[in-house]
Design a protein around this ligand. Structure first.
Ligand SMILES: Cc1ncc(COP(=O)(O)O)c(C=O)c1O
Length: 397
């Protein structure tokens, strides 16, 4: 594997060993299992005395390449590739926590992760306390003797709120807690949580890591000892990434820096243009002056990210009309695609939250989430502004 100095070179040049065919691009290893040279080698591999691929549920050269590359980019010691972002979130917790444990979790998290905390883990006696991302001063008092992990997203989905990773790293260290950060919105190109003492970095690779809306995948990278425990869990519970997807995700990482630069440039321009638009109640983007944590965002992120949110005047009805008047932008629940995608979180990704829970994390009925793609920025803006104007209430003369 590579020891290149710069991010882009690591992303492009980290590659598994060439096979005997002298191929330039890594081949696909579509194989369920691997053969042993001898019965003794098989025994030794199963006994963990020898490293090597045994069975694709455990490891596979394509997934290994993907995860080793991601580890380099995230400055992490080890990692596990998983079948989806949710299997990464789930395994990063279920693999380490036991009955009676408690997680201190940011309230501003993805809808399915919220379901894990509120519907799945309580069945096994794993509890949580939610804390507000914009009130870090309240977090420490919620840590108790059973707390083992802190979990947060930054920027959060879809609120685009930021938590101070340096402060959080110190808080976790002071209480000897595992700090688990979903880095899906920023990607390692914009921020590397391990710089701040984060122990586990979790990803939905479905988003910007693939970047082209083609596949589902996930990853957990971080501290070697923790990953060892998580690997035991995934090996025996089976949320393995398909080698085809591992191959695709490793290839996708090659273009992560150039894609993220363009995503962020387009998103920043769109946020700035829309900021004073009369049809909007508010616009949120981490690098806008009006963002309450702009300074913090600039401190820990290279760029402001690819997500922009706004609240349309006129609430839910107006939001629906706006969506139905879009022509180029894709109305879909995914994000992190080359194509600009638009989501109405209150009625889709976060619909399982109660209205009160949604409002508490800033998901108003008129909130629209735009994942800005790589199309020409003027075309994206023209579609947004056109739909905003077309969805206006007609004034009766
Ligand atoms: C922040 C965040 N984390 C996790 C997930 C779950 O990822 P996946 O859909 O790949 O399971 C998502 C999906 O939207 C997400 O936005």
């Amino acid at each position: 594997m590579s020891n290149y100095k710069h991010f882009a070179s690591k992303a492009i040049r980290t590659q598994s060993k060439q096979s005997g065919f002298r191929e330039h691009s890594t081949p696909l290893y579509l194989t369920s299992s691997f053969t042993f040279e001898s019965a003794e080698q098989a025994r030794a591999m199963f006994a963990d005395e020898l490293e090597g691929n045994i069975y694709t549920r455990f490891s596979n050269p394509n997934n290994n390449e993907f995860i080793e590359k991601l580890c380099l980019l995230e400055k992490a010691q080890a990692g596990v590739a998983t079948a989806s972002g949710m299997s990464a979130m789930f395994s990063s917790m279920a693999g380490l926590l036991k009955k009676g444990d408690h997680v201190l979790a940011s309230r501003s998290i993805f809808g399915s992760t919220h379901q894990l905390f509120t519907q799945v883990f309580p069945k096994w006696g794993i509890e949580h306390t939610y804390v507000d991302i914009d009130k870090p001063e309240t977090w420490e008092s919620q840590i108790n003797s059973r707390t083992r992990m802190i979990f947060a997203e930054t920027p959060s989905n879809p609120g685009l709120d930021i938590i101070d990773l340096s402060w959080l790293g110190k808080l976790a260290a002071r209480h000897d807690l595992i700090l688990n950060i979903d880095n899906c919105f920023a990607t390692p190109y914009l921020q590397q949580p391990t710089d701040f003492g984060v122990h586990l970095v979790t990803h939905s690779a479905t988003k910007f890591i693939d970047g082209q809306g083609r596949t589902i995948g996930g990853a957990i990278v971080g501290d070697e000892e923790l990953i060892k425990e998580i690997r035991f869990f995934t090996r025996h519970t089976g949320p393995a990434l398909s080698p085809f997807n591992g191959w695709m995700l490793s290839k996708s990482l090659e273009t992560l820096p150039v894609r993220m630069e363009k995503h962020c440039d387009n998103a920043h321009k769109i946020a700035e243009y829309l900021e004073d638009h009369e049809e909007l109640e508010s616009v949120k983007y981490p690098f806008l002056k009006s963002h309450p944590q702009q300074e913090l965002a600039k401190k820990q992120m290279r760029y402001g990210g690819a997500l922009v949110t706004f609240v349309v005047s006129g609430g839910y009805q107006r939001a629906v009309k706006f969506l139905d008047h879009l022509s180029m932008l894709s109305l879909t629940a995914n994000l992190g695609d080359t194509r600009t995608t638009v989501t109405h979180p209150a009625s889709t990704t976060h619909s399982k939250l109660t209205e009160e829970e949604r409002l508490r994390v800033g998901i108003q009925p008129g909130l629209i989430r735009i994942s800005v793609g790589l199309e020409n920025v003027n075309d994206i803006l023209e579609d947004i502004v056109g739909a905003l104007l077309a969805s206006r209430e007609k004034k009766i003369a």
